[in-house]
Design a protein around this ligand. Sequence first.
Ligand code: NAD
Length: 299
Amino acid sequence: MARIAFIGLGNMGRPMCDNLTKAGHDVVGFDVVAAARDAYAAAGGRVAATLAEALADADTIISMIPTGKHVRAAYEDEGGVLTHARPGTMLIDCSTIDVESARAVSKAAAEAGFIMVDAPVSGAVPAAQAGTLTFMVGGTAEGFERARPVLAAMGPKIFHVGASGNGVALKICNNMMAGMSMVAISEVLALAEKLGLDHQTVYDVMTVSSGNCWALQNYCPVPGPVPASPANRDYQPGFAAAMMLKDMRLSQAAAATSGAATPLAGSAAALYQMLVEHGHGNKDFSAVFALITGRLTSA
Ligand code: NAD
């Protein structure tokens, strides 16, 4: 059993805490926003009023917070994790952040004597609730082996993908693929409609043909073929367009820094930006089909 301080009690953090607790770990949660702490306490969770209090007895720290800026502040600021954590504490950041920040925080952690891994997740809130997240872990072999039993309480698929920062690098690549393929299948379905094909026929044939992809098979952007997909409930997420825009921007920043050519992803990112700018950032990212076909209902 680990004594875990969990930083960030948001949409993902809360259910991740619940599964850690169910697995028998001793969890104390902390969030900078009092309302998030209160909501977790009201649901039976144990909360700390300050970060220092959360870290006082912890042997493992997990963070699930929005961006690289937040992660660097939480760990590196005066009064942050690197000042308050007990020597030997294992540090695990599960946030989806930029590669540079992930590598910089891990380096600062190592310099302060801690082992840290980046362990971002694939799978949104339902997977966090069900304990079926996929983890992509960047860090040393020792860090991976120490993180693995804790991560196992939140998801069964745990991959060691290389050195620090490689976890978020792979996560960014994965979401870039998901973002592009959703745009691609949306354009295909829009064209198929104009050519007189119905959605179900396109789905039945393409899912067993060379045009098959995850976005079509599991997250079909038109109502009907996949009953659980957000298209059947006016694009309630699921995975919000604003989140996809954030991840597509991370991919474009990484491409610019590394010199990779990603013209298709750039176009897809522009479409998600349009969706968000039209006031649909809270809709599922598959609403890009409604954007492309001019069927967005007002925000
Ligand atoms: P969220 O906004 O619901 O929650 C984030 C929480 O972190 C907030 O409650 C915020 O107050 C808190 N926070 C910010 N800075 C903090 C700090 N320094 N100390 C303590 N708490 C702090 O976001 P979320 O949906 O839970 O996403 C968290 C991370 O997980 C993001 O990086 C996101 O990209 C990633 N992610 C989200 C999903 C999803 O479907 N929501 C899926 C995969 C990955």
